[in-house]
Write a protein that binds this ligand. Structure first.
Ligand code: PLP
Length: 358
């Protein structure tokens, strides 16, 4: 079976370093906070080209805390694409604000920025462009609108747009270090990045019980911190992330070279100005469910990200219609991609795909 992602290859490369780092944490028995967290935050800020990074418990919290740091809440509207992972909408709703869905572009799968601008109202406080599948949304279309830009950078660690790194293009960004992400922890983890020291302080305050000094609680907060053990893993993996993203990119080019011109397969498009980090390699095919099932029966673990647009899920059901999001949800198929995937594996994936189309 070729899995959609194989994390064991990454693990083998960092195992020794993680073991040493974890032994140090065990020796000190300091499991929350500590120098490892601060070092990783500094390293990730530098990697992302921003002044500040605040580690938090997961990517959904990162987005919620970013919105709360901006004092976005009840009565406020936040615009987001209908074709994201549900967490983008959860963060908005949990902050108390109203998610306003807009359609995506059917070729890039990224937020339709014209639709986003058309959805602005006097109540709009933020737009959350999602850098879906590993490439940055055309955020520049959305700037200068008197609303905040909060990037959902969960799938785009290391991606660039016109030279700017994912997580540095908006007022704040939330990212996720869920294990399968390009930079994945060994459990849940996430971070907020920003150039604003005020906003970074505000996120940090909220993330640790509304408390800047021990037992002084200035506001109602959360317990949402980056674990020390996870910081050790992330620091080891961050050193290798650029090389791993290059491996993903080479694998993506190989898929595209094999699939371009195959009738029925639409290969993924990279927007001009973008370097894509290929969190996922997503094609569009007819009879997707049949193709998916047939590939699985032939030992290829393709996947679907995501089968249901958010506005069709139970918690966010609306009667709004987002034709591109609905169209692509029925056609998208994520082919296995991960650092270390072999050409032989990719050949088998493509053979299974072409066989399933017949
Ligand atoms: C993974 C992901 C999140 C949420 O991150 P968690 O760490 O799982 O909470 C948010 N948005 C997108 C687009 C994601 O892929």
């Amino acid at each position: 079976m070729i899995p959609p992602v194989d994390l064991s290859i990454q693990h083998a490369q960092v195992a020794a370093e993680v073991a040493v780092g974890w032994e140090e944490v065990f020796a000190r028995t300091a499991f929350v906070g500590g120098p490892q967290v601060a070092e990783f935050e500094q390293a990730y800020a530098t990697f992302s080209g921003v002044a500040h990074c605040v580690g938090v418990a997961n990517g959904t919290d990162a987005l919620e805390l970013a919105l709360r740091a901006l004092e976005i809440g009840p009565g406020d509207e936040c615009i987001l694409p209908a074709n994201s992972f549900i967490a983008t909408a959860e963060a908005v709703a949990r902050a108390g604000a109203t998610p306003v869905f807009v359609d995506c572009d059917a070729d890039s799968f990224l937020i339709d920025t014209k639709a986003a601008l058309a959805a602005l109202t006097p109540r709009t406080k933020a737009i959350l462009p999602v850098h879906l599948y590993g490439q940055i949304a055309p955020v520049e279309d959305l700037l200068d609108q008197d609303v905040f830009i909060v990037e959902d950078a969960a799938q785009s660690q290391g991606a660039t747009r016109n030279g700017a790194v994912s997580g540095s293009l908006g007022h704040l960004a939330g990212t996720s270090f869920y294990p399968g992400k390009n930079l994945g922890a060994y459990g849940d983890a996430g971070a907020v990045t920003t150039n604003s020291s005020d906003l970074a302080d505000r996120v940090r305050l909220l993330s640790q019980h509304g408390s800047a000094a021990k037992y002084v609680h200035s506001t109602l907060g959360f317990n949402s911190r980056l674990d020390t053990l996870q910081a050790v893993v992330l620091q080891a993996k961050l050193r290798r992330l650029e090389a791993w993203n290059t491996e993903r990119s080479e694998a993506a080019e190989y898929y595209t070279s094999l699939l371009r011109g195959i009738a029925g397969v639409k290969v993924p498009q990279v927007l001009p100005g973008n370097t894509h980090v290929w969190h996922l390699y997503v094609v569009r095919v007819p009879n997707r469910d049949h193709v998916h099932d047939t590939m699985r029966a032939n030992g290829v673990g393709a996947a679907i990200h995501y089968p249901t647009p958010i506005h069709k899920t139970a918690p966010f059901a609306t009667d709004g219609s987002f034709p591109n999001a609905e169209l692509v949800a029925g056609e998208i198929l994520s082919l296995p991609i991960f650092p270390g995937i072999t050409r032989a594996q990719q050949d088998r994936v493509v053979e299974a795909l072409i066989g399933a189309l017949a």
